[in-house]
Design a protein around this ligand. Sequence first.
Ligand SMILES: [Fe+2]
Length: 244
Amino acid sequence: MTRFIDIHQHSAFDMDDGADDFEHSKRMLRASAADNVGCVFATSHMTPGITPFDYEKYYSAINEMNAFCLSENLPLTVCPGCEVLYTDMTRRFLEEQRIIPLGSSRSVLVEFGQDKSFDYIFDALRRVAAAGYRPVLAHAERYLCLLNKPESVIELKEEIRALIQLNTGAVLRKRSLFSSWDRKEKRFIKFMLDNRIADFVATDAHNTSSRKTRMKECYDFLSEQYGAEYSALLTGGNIGLLSD
Ligand SMILES: [Fe+2]
């Protein structure tokens, strides 16, 4: 089986609420390799204009992580990236090339507060595109406006060429029948997958316990429900879209 590509996770150490030190980072990388992942994008949180981002520390962590993979013979490459929480300063940061895109592409992983309106998200992603970057909407299942109207995601794709990422944990989650959020999230994810709207599933792993890598489990689930072809695209086969 081809190894998966995980475009969203927090394994770069001492950068955010993911791996807190190099040892933790090593455990996450070993877990990814064991989960049949061949490439991870270490997408540390970035909040332009609000929280300073230590670029030197970040790139040095990426180098150390790749050196560790080599020294342990892990079949795994760590690529740079970040998860941008959209702020008023994001477009300026993009134009000044201060936002780390996904690998060598011109795509950036963008997230929002979960209560932002559809108009806000649409406008923000349009600004990202206008700055010359292709936006990848992080964990699309997390936004209430989209849960309430799943078909509005089609507008983001068709008008802005946004790419859509779902979290493996959300795809696999056991939900309560009594929670209206759970029911909406389930309906949203089904709509994204039934209509082949989602482009990527990624782990958004923060650790090796409560928010761990689950690519293989997710691939197996998707393969059974939606077939091997779409599952392969979601777990890495669509990576070319980042440079499209
Ligand atoms: Fe994340």
